[in-house]
Each structure stands twice: as structure tokens, then as C-alpha cells.
Design a protein around this ligand. Structure first.
Ligand code: NAD
Length: 256
């Protein structure tokens, strides 16, 4: 399997922090980076989810560093990076994956609900990136990937806070790419479409068929994009976003 050997070489001895690693895409990312040679630091506010990811990492022979953190709390973020520096010396790869949405009419969305989404998804991404960049700079560079969404580009009703946070992440991505480029730190984003993190077999044929690619996405689709964006060989790629949505945002939908 020459492809796998090559991937292992790319991430060997790299230290990768994956936020939101207690579930879904973050868990898949943690396992994939560990399988491909990285030392993985996993962070989440959900201790049960974190423990599950730790157990799965142990099963593949990987002893991860696990940190319980609420990314909406700035003090939690700075403590996390202090611990990371003490435990593993700093990070080379950051995937700002943690995030959530509140689906509510804009007439009804409470201010604290708006704030909670923005503070985790957008402010948390900024604060983690800034802390990570300080460590990466000392280590000669690094790569940051921010999980945005196709909802940064288009909408369904009642998604204001989530859409604004994910669109904000795209602006943050190119701003930080420009600010941090001279420190050899690349910053990119991924805009996933529908990535099924539950029971893929329970999806309906029409769920798949509506995608130009003919299927709903899987966490592995985001892993592949993230590998591309954090691969040191792709160091000409920074400040951009990669849409991974099976073509859905390119499909015009008018009722016939
Ligand atoms: N799954 C999709 O279809 C999809 C589509 C577009 C974008 N995304 C984005 O990809 C990322 C991962 O999505 P997912 O489907 O795996 O989500 P998920 O809900 O399965 O997992 C997200 C994880 O983030 C953690 N988290 C949330 N808020 C946190 C906080 N304040 N502090 C620490 N941890 C926190 C949760 O505990 C959870 O473990 C998210 O940013 C999401 O917005 C997902």
C-alpha cells in the first residue's frame, strides 16, 4: 500500500490538536491522524465523547492527550494550550472542528443563544488559532484548518447564528492566513455539506440522489480534505476554503 506509507510520512512526529473530537467528524479526524503517524491531542466539552475517542485511539495503539475544554470560555482555551505545551511541547496542526448550531426563528432567537453559537464557533476558532500560532511559530510553522460549512455560502431558514459564525470563519481564515504567512503558518477552511455522522445505512435513496456526486458525505470525505490542507507538500495552499459537499452548492434548485 504505497499511498498509506506516503501519508504516514506526511504526519509522522507531527502533533495535531483536534477540537470537538468527542463525536462525529472530530472523532474520525483524531483516528485518521493517529493512524497516519501524528501524535493526537483531543479536546471537547463532552467528557463521555472524549473518553470514547480515547478508547478507540487506544484500540489502534495510540496514547492520546485528552483535554476537557469549553471553547466558549476564553480561560479554558488558554489553559488548554498551556497544558499542551507542558505535555507535548506545542502543536504543528490545529483542526478547529468543534461547533454547533441553534435552529430557531430570528424573531425568537435569544441573545444568549446567539452569543453561545458565535462564542464557540467563531471566537473559539480565533482564540485557538492565535494560541496555536504562537506555538507553531516557535516550532518553525504549522497548518490550521477551520471547519466552516456550506451554510456560510447559502441558507435554509432559521440558521442565522450558525450561518453568521461559519461565514465569519471564512473571513477569519483568509485574514489569519495573511497575518501568519511569514511565520510559515497556513490557514485554510473546509465547507462541508451534508456529512452523515450517524447511521449511514438509514439514509434514503433520495438523500443520496439529490447530490450531483450521487451520495451523502461521510466523515472520511472531510478527513481527506483535511489531510490535503495540512500536508506539508501543499504549502502553496493558504487562505482559501475547500467545499466538500458532493456538488450541492453548485446545483440550481427551481421547482418544475
Ligand atoms: N456533519 C455535517 O453535516 C456538517 C456540515 C457542515 C459543517 N459541519 C461542521 O463540522 C464540525 C463537526 O461537525 P459534526 O457533525 O461532527 O458535529 P458533532 O455535533 O457530531 O460534534 C461536534 C463536537 O464539538 C463539541 N463541541 C461543541 N461545542 C463545544 C464547545 N463549546 N467546547 C468544546 N467542544 C464543543 C461537541 O461536544 C461535539 O463532540 C462542526 O463545526 C460543524 O459545524 C458539519
Amino acid at each position: 500500500m504505497p499511498g498509506i506509507e506516503q501519508e504516514q510520512a506526511h504526519f509522522a512526529e507531527k502533533i495535531a490538536l483536534i477540537t470537538g473530537a468527542g463525536a462525529g467528524i472530530g472523532q474520525a479526524l483524531a483516528l485518521a491522524y493517529a493512524r497516519n503517524g501524528a501524535v493526537v491531542v483531543i479536546a471537547d466539552r463532552n467528557e463521555v465523547g472524549l473518553a470514547d475517542t480515547s478508547t478507540q485511539l487506544k484500540r489502534i495503539g495510540h496514547e492520546s492527550v485528552s483535554i476537557t475544554v469549553d471553547l466558549s470560555i476564553p480561560g479554558d482555551i488558554s489553559s488548554m494550550f498551556t497544558r499542551i505545551e507542558e505535555l507535548v511541547g506545542g502543536i504543528d496542526i490545529l483542526v478547529n472542528n468543534a461547533g454547533f448550531g441553534i435552529w430557531k426563528s430570528p424573531y425568537e432567537l435569544e441573545l444568549d443563544e446567539w452569543d453561545s453559537v458565535i462564542h464557540t464557533n467563531l471566537r473559539g476558532t480565533f482564540l485557538c488559532s492565535r494560541e496555536a500560532a504562537a506555538q507553531m511559530k516557535k516550532r518553525g510553522g504549522g497548518a490550521i484548518v477551520n471547519l466552516s460549512s456550506t451554510r456560510a455560502l447559502m441558507s435554509e431558514p432559521n440558521s442565522e447564528a450558525y450561518a453568521a459564525s461559519k461565514a465569519g470563519i471564512l473571513g477569519l481564515t483568509h485574514a489569519m492566513a495573511v497575518s501568519l504567512g511569514h511565520d510559515h503558518i497556513r490557514v485554510n477552511a473546509i465547507c462541508p455539506g451534508w456529512i452523515e455522522t450517524g447511521d449511514y445505512n438509514a439514509l434514503r435513496s433520495e438523500d443520496h440522489a439529490q447530490h450531483p456526486a450521487g451520495r451523502v458525505g461521510r466523515p472520511e470525505d472531510i478527513v481527506n480534505a483535511c489531510f490535503y490542507l495540512t500536508d506539508p507538500n501543499n504549502d502553496f495552499v493558504t487562505g482559501t476554503h475547500l467545499t466538500v459537499d458532493g456538488g450541492m452548492t453548485r446545483r440550481m434548485i427551481y421547482e418544475e
